[in-house]
Design a protein. Structure first.
Length: 125
């Protein structure tokens, strides 16, 4: 009887393999060749991110209200189409790309500055 209780409890514990597959599904990497990002663009983007309030919802290495910047960098290749799409999403806000969190719109940011911020984020891969 005790053996049955102990084996029943073990079924609900996720294995390490299942936990890793959850992480992979969360990121859902988009395949593609990444372009080089100049160091000066990365540096400027880092400053813009620091002063824009991104840290209210994002962290570099860990998920907070929104995804970690490194998770974003792992999902998207550095290509102008993705940079533009992500910059517009930062400005207009978004929902659903990373689960249930809603990203508030940031209409006060310029498209040029937002693209630079996105280049910084994508450089963290």
């Amino acid at each position: 009887m005790l053996l049955f209780l102990f084996t029943g409890c073990q079924k609900d514990v996720p294995s390490e393999r299942e936990e890793n597959s959850t992480k992979k599904d969360y990121i859902r990497k988009i395949e593609g060749k990444s372009e080089h990002i100049p160091d000066e663009v990365v540096a400027k983007g880092e400053v813009l991110v620091a002063y824009s309030g991104c840290a209210d919802c994002h962290r570099v290495d860990t998920k907070a209200k929104g995804p970690a910047f490194r998770d974003i960098a792992q999902r998207y290749p550095v290509q102008p189409a993705y940079v533009d799409m992500l910059a517009r999403k930062v400005i207009s806000g978004g929902f659903g790309s990373w689960g249930n969190p809603i990203m508030s719109p940031h209409p006060h940011l310029s498209i040029e500055d937002t693209r630079t911020m996105v280049y910084y984020i994508l450089s963290l891969d």
